[in-house]
Design a binder for this molecule. Structure first.
Ligand code: APR
Length: 237
């Protein structure tokens, strides 16, 4: 089977009712990013940050994967698919994708404030325990914090993502403004010999680095429908 890597961003979940970050009405319009998504913001007001992510986690209970997520899961019938997502929701998994790398962490998990990436202290929350509170402690004695990669923090999963991207036979970019590194830089690891597709209803400024990108200017669900047709014509196993 051909290997396909999908790089997804907030636009992937927009049709499920999850807000994107940038642009009018985006989350970063409503919440100052430096207050809720940086280590400094967390140090200054941990309660505010914990509540912000409690709210995002609570919202997960009300949303469902959309047709776009479902079609990406369906790609596994024809391709060996790795989803590399910047999203912290679990909608790819819930749609049935079996290999998902979360570059920016996962809402459904919490971790140690001392050592956020120490696997011993990463805890998966069940859907009914969507809230954490000040005073909920990890086994190392630190406050449990959201398992989220904040601005200014390392992105440990990028190395694993690069390995998949380097091996890919097909690369798909969907629902990301390609503003945030190192995720946006993954395109630099894509072989210049392979097809690259981009699905987004808006224009995305990508540093295409010599790649000819096939742009499908549609929302995720409709764009995926179009891509499935294109792939069945030319990219079969
Ligand atoms: N279908 C597909 N794409 C869409 C849709 C849709 N229905 N609606 C909006 N989009 C596109 C927008 O045009 C934009 O290009 O999704 C993209 C969303 O961009 P951002 O809000 O910047 O989100 P993303 O690229 O995922 O942000 C990257 O930045 O804020 C941090 O950590 C956060 O993971 C996030 C990272």
């Amino acid at each position: 089977m051909k290997k396909m890597v999908v790089l997804s961003g907030a636009g992937m979940s927009a049709e499920s009712g999850v807000s994107t970050f940038r642009g009018a009405g985006g989350l970063w319009d409503k919440y100052p990013v430096e207050e809720v998504a940086t280590p400094q913001g967390y140090a200054a007001n941990p309660g505010l940050v914990i509540n912000f992510y409690n709210e995002r986690r609570r919202q997960l209970l009300d949303v469902e994967p959309n047709k776009g997520h479902e079609l990406i899961a369906e790609l596994e019938k024809e391709f060996n698919v790795t989803v590399v997502t910047q999203n912290i929701d679990n909608l790819h998994e819930r749609a049935g994708s079996s290999k998902v790398i979360h570059l920016h962490g996962e809402l459904t998990k919490v971790c140690s404030s001392y050592a956020p990436n120490d696997p011993r202290y990463i805890k998966k929350l069940s859907p009914e325990e969507y809230e954490i509170k000040i005073g909920d402690l990890a086994p190392d004695g630190s406050q449990y914090r959201p398992y989220i990669v904040w601005f200014g923090e390392a992105v440990p999963k990028i190395e694993e993502a690069i390995q998949y991207v380097e091996q890919a036979d097909i690369f798909l970019i969907i629902g990301t403004s390609m503003n945030v590194y190192p995720a946006a830089g993954l395109l630099n690891y894509v072989s210049s010999r392979i097809p690259v597709y981009l699905i987004d209803p808006n224009e995305v400024n990508v540093n295409s680095n010599g790649h000819k990108i096939h742009v499908i200017r549609k929302v995720a669900s409709e764009g995926m429908e179009e891509l499935m047709k294109l792939l069945s014509e030319k990219e079969k196993v």
